[in-house]
Design a protein around this ligand. Structure first.
Ligand code: HEM
Length: 664
């Protein structure tokens, strides 16, 4: 063994032999091998033996050269100390839960790991490939040789989102970026702990508090009666339609190339403003309005096509104390960060105006029931527990605008792109919409109700497949296992009553380790960062786990043809009842799941349905030469860009013409 050879003149050659054996994958060390920072398949054994051998060898040489007995004693103690320290770290290494045995891609860079592949390519490119080769849990490398788990296994995701949702929080470096949108003004009021993990717990607490505020927003979004959103969505879709008809009417061939994403973005900004805050941003009337302009391309500029330097900078953030992290994110001169800071400033100004107006209305007893009015009411509450401070109010507004407008706009754009690529699906959808229109008109109305929409199976299937499974707006979510969660005592009591234990997450599909061993449960160590790939889960082909005896065989996740765009999947009964349901909507992870489910998911789905009904009924979409080269740009929200024209930002140029009603 490496350590046994220490102390003889054979040390260097024995060490070299072990290192060579390891680098040639010949290492006979009985424990799972870990990639060392320098890359290549060198084992942990080699690294430790190399370090111990170097240290002891140097110590012994020094001892030989020093004649003073005191110096020799000190060196002996130092050598002993190093030896014991190495024994301890080796013991810890092999007794703590390790993910080193999980298979994953090699990384060519110790500095950046697999991050450039994950974030530099188009959405899903890397994850689809890794999922196909390695299965539902993949070990990938982050910067400085750090292991991360990329998870797409449904049962492991159930564990992360549902069973142990409180243990998984946002990562510090990602939180910094979220803070730009949401927390910027709240943090100075708190005095959080300094350590990295404690910092995460602090944010965890903040996340828990914020989720309480979100509940309030959720109530406002989920109440269908006081603010009926459907007519509002139809009216904004109709506004787009009217503008398009004007543009098309002025062309010689009665068709025009239009940037569908740009139009959808303006309409969804106005819709969220009116629905959530009872506020008119006026983006549809004025393309140059200040809020719309501030938000335009913000995701693309801030997160799109990250350079190696920015990936490295983002990784380094996690090792810095919180105050330095914040200072850097708030002040570093970078085009992307400056854009997002500007967006936050603009929204804060509008939010302040809004708070003043709503507070005045509340004082006069004219309080409305939109989200902002509910939040302002909570702000004015006598009850210290439910009281919100003004900063939190403003941050909620920023979050809702950011989370609730670009996501839906992009979702709609991807749906329309797929329809342009698949004219048969587009006409079948149009026929269903028009036949429902006739039924609505037959009862003397012009407005679709939610019940009408619910009885349009093809539309429901298209929304599920186009904009949720196939072209997901949010690519991935990163979480960190924080160990004991900072829970409110009420929830802790509930968990204790249920004898809450920490069990390893089970796996839907058994996982083959590097050693060839097959496991059905995978322990996730404390501090481990997991990456939940929404894109890859939504196209998970995993077959049912064996054995699946009749009469109730377990259905696969999305089947062997998961990469094929096929709305019929939801109509022919092939989806079955999922064995491990994960997300809130159609067993998809598009809107996350469990404790972290998007608060606006019903709102978003309804808005998408209304936009599709109105615009597909009236217009025909076809591909342009540029639309043949659309990139699925990975910038938190998946944005469309044109290959070779990424400098122009988000765009989806499609040919739009008025759909004929001749054969109706
Ligand atoms: C197609 C549209 C949408 C998609 C795909 C989507 C997706 C998501 C996802 C995946 C998350 C979880 C993020 C995480 O765990 O870190 C989330 C959170 C959230 N969503 Fe949505 N969402 C959409 C529309 C909306 C709308 C319309 C609203 C508001 C009206 C909204 C408000 C929120 C909020 C407030 C959060 C929590 C943000 C946070 O914790 O930082 N979303 N959404």
């Amino acid at each position: 063994m490496a350590v046994a050879a220490v102390g003889t003149c054979e040390v260097p050659s024995s060490r070299m032999a072990i290192t060579m054996a390891c680098s040639m994958n010949m290492c006979q060390w009985p424990f799972p091998c870990k990639l060392t920072p320098l890359g290549g398949a060198r084992s942990y054994a080699a690294s430790v033996s190399e370090f111990v051998a170097d240290a002891l060898y140097a110590g012994m040489l020094l001892m030989c050269f020093h004649s003073s007995p005191l110096m020799q004693l000190i060196l002996l103690i130092a050598c002993l100390f190093i030896f014991l320290l190495c024994c301890y770290t080796t013991y810890k290494h092999f007794t703590r839960i390790s993910v080193a045995g999980v298979r994953g891609p090699e990384s060519s860079s110790w500095l950046l790991g697999n991050m450039p592949e994950l974030f530099g390519g188009q959405v899903g490119e890397a994850e689809f490939k890794w999922q196909e080769i390695y299965g539902g849990v993949v070990r990938i490398k982050a910067s400085f040789g750090e292991d991360r788990l990329l998870v797409t296994d449904p049962k492991a995701l159930q564990y992360i989102y549902q069973t142990s949702g409180y243990r998984f929080h946002k990562q510090p470096e990602r939180i910094e970026l979220t803070r730009m949108i949401r927390y910027a003004q709240i943090i100075p009021h708190e005095s959080p702990p300094e350590s990295m993990l404690a910092g995460v717990e602090f944010y965890g607490q903040m996340e828990t508090t914020t989720r309480d505020t979100e509940k309030l927003c959720f109530q406002a979004l989920e109440r269908p009666k006081p603010r009926p959103f459907l007519p509002l969505f139809f009216s904004y879709a109709a506004q787009i339609g009217a503008k398009w008809k004007d543009i098309i009417g002025a062309t010689a061939d009665q068709s025009a190339v239009l940037d569908v994403t740009g139009w959808a973005s303006r309409a969804t900004l106005d819709a969220i403003g009116e629905a959530a805050f009872d506020y008119r941003f006026g983006a549809m009337e004025n393309a140059d309005n200040i809020v719309g302009t501030a938000y335009s391309n913000v995701f693309m500029n801030t997160f799109g096509s990250p350079s190696d330097a920015s990936l490295l900078a983002l990784s380094l953030l996690q090792y810095l104390p919180r105050c330095i992290r914040e200072f850097l994110v708030d002040h570093v001169p970078s085009q992307g960060l400056e854009h997002i800071r500007y967006t936050a400033q603009v929204t804060t100004t509008v939010a302040r105006e809004l708070v003043a107006t709503k507070s005045a209305a509340l004082l006069q007893g004219k309080g409305s029931r939109d989200i902002m009015s509910l939040l302002v009411k909570a702000n004015a509450s006598e009850n210290e527990k439910t009281k919100l401070n003004e900063d939190e109010l403003l941050s909620q507004m920023r979050t809702i605008i950011m989370a609730g407008h670009e996501t839906t706009a992009n979702s709609f754009s991807w749906a329309v792109l797929e329809l342009a690529r698949q004219p048969k699906i587009q006409s079948r959808l149009r026929s269903e919409i028009r036949s429902m229109e006739r039924m609505v008109q037959a009862r003397g109305s012009y407005e679709f109700t939610t019940t009408d929409i619910e009885s349009m199976p093809y539309l429901l299937a298209v929304v599920k497949v186009c904009s949720s499974r196939f072209s997901i707006p949010v690519q991935l979510i990163q979480k960190i296992e924080i160990g004991s969660p900072p829970l409110p005592s009420r929830i802790l009591q509930q968990l204790q009553a249920k004898r809450y234990r920490r069990c390893p997450p089970p796996l839907f599909r058994p996982l083959t380790l590097r050693s060839g061993e097959v496991i059905t449960e995978l322990p996730i160590p404390k501090g481990m960062k997991v990456i939940i790939s929404i894109a890859a889960y939504n196209r998970n082909k995993a077959p049912p786990p064996p054995p699946t005896p009749p009469p109730h065989p377990t259905p696969p996740v999305f089947g062997h043809d998961a990469h094929i765009f096929k709305p019929e999947r939801w109509l022919d009964g092939s989806m079955g009842k999922p064995e491990a349901p994960v997300g809130a909507y159609a067993n998809l992870l598009t809107f996350a799941g469990g404790l972290r489910t998007c608060i606006g998911w019903r709102f978003a789905v309804l808005e998408l349905q209304a936009f599709l009904i109105e615009l597909v009924s009236n217009f025909e979409f076809s591909l342009t030469p540029e639309a043949m080269h659309i990139r699925r740009e990975a910038c938190i929200v998946m944005c469309p860009t044109v290959e070779g024209e990424r400098g122009k930002g988000t765009q989806l140029p499609l040919r739009v013409s008025v759909a004929s009603r001749e054969y109706d």
